[in-house]
Design a protein. Structure first.
Length: 324
């Protein structure tokens, strides 16, 4: 039974679904600030002054779930991962997105490091800077200085983000350390050495999770640092069994299931692990309808970790939205 990714919504909301993975959203869309209201109550907001350029201090960790749950594969509390930080509230893949995630009290932020021309890892989802900044060009063809001189496009967000720039992976990890765990998407670079070096340089071995669909990259990373937390991505029970056997001496702390089915979820649980699933299509639906109950089939069937473009919506559904 396939219940989670709601493919019919992609027909109904074709444009929104196409952009859910490639856009930071717009007013009223998946990237817009706050909620739409309506049935289910997707309307709570947090003040941007907690995480934007007008803040007077750095947010403190308010998450009441035990810190170790994020890296304990036996923990059965339902957790929330902010895709590209808290990209629905702050510019995606930025330090402001990490601060917003901390202020919300979510459990993970996901980020997308890729190398610059001069060998630094910066956090940009796309291969180019065109969509998220007022500059143009491929990340691989630009230097760190050139990239960090670019102004971000933030017109679809509420708050002052004029001070924000594309950050390095080290800046993301340093902002998250001690407050929120980071899923480092390793699919966008082959420089595994630089990814692991960033974790070690920022003393975030306890706060970073090496996340990729590549078994080879995980092998490379563990050869450099055997104590690194890892996350695998699988599409079938057979692939799950093969990868768990391969990593039997160092089990992953999270399993992402790309095939959204109850059968896949059951297979992950039967193996003694917990499953993460992307909720992006449902985020779009809730942005339009305001109906938080759209998340119910996922969690009612035992989803352990929801990765979302709208962590504020998912926290409201789970009854975890912070009291401000």
């Amino acid at each position: 039974m396939r219940l989670w990714k709601l493919p019919a919504l992609c027909v109904l909301l074709a444009t929104a679904c196409d952009s859910a993975e490639t856009s930071s959203g717009g007013a009223g869309g998946v990237g817009g600030y706050g909620g739409m209201g309506g049935a289910g109550g997707a309307g709570a907001v947090i003040p941007p002054s907690l995480f934007d350029c007008s803040r007077t201090s750095e947010p403190e960790r308010i998450n009441k779930i035990p810190i170790d749950c994020a890296t304990d594969r036996t923990c059965r509390q339902v957790l929330v991962s902010g895709h590209r930080g808290a990209g629905g509230l702050a510019p995606e893949d930025t330090v402001a997105g990490v601060r917003a995630a901390i202020a919300l009290g979510i459990d993970y932020v996901e980020t997308d490091p890729r190398p610059t021309k001069d060998g630094y890892l910066v956090n940009v989802h796309d291969t180019s800077v065109d969509r998220t900044t007022f500059g143009t060009g491929e990340v691989a063809d630009l230097t760190l200085a050139e990239i960090q001189a670019l102004e971000l496009k933030t017109f679809d967000l509420v708050g002052d983000f004029s001070c924000e720039r594309i950050p390095t992976l080290e800046q993301i990890l340093s902002a998250a350390r001690g407050k929120v765990h980071v899923l480092i998407d390793a699919n966008k670079t082959d420089r595994v050495d630089l990814l692991v070096a960033a974790v070690l340089a920022t003393d975030t071995l306890d706060w970073a999770i090496f996340d990729t669909s590549s078994v080879d990259k995980i092998d490379q990373a563990l050869a450099i640092e055997p104590n690194l937390f890892t996350m695998i991505r699988v599409e079938s029970p057979e692939q799950l069994a093969t990868q768990l056997e391969h990593f039997a001496d160092h089990p992953p702390v999270i399993v992402e299931v790309n095939e959204g089915s109850v059968e896949m979820l059951d297979a992950v649980h039967a193996a003694g692990h917990r499953a993460l699933l992307d909720l992006f299509v449902i985020d779009v639906a809730v942005s339009f309808s305001g109906d938080l109950s759209a998340y119910e089939p996922n969690f009612a069937n035992g989803l352990d970790i929801g990765q979302t473009d709208r962590p504020d919506f998912v926290l409201q559904y789970l009854g975890r939205f912070p009291e401000l």
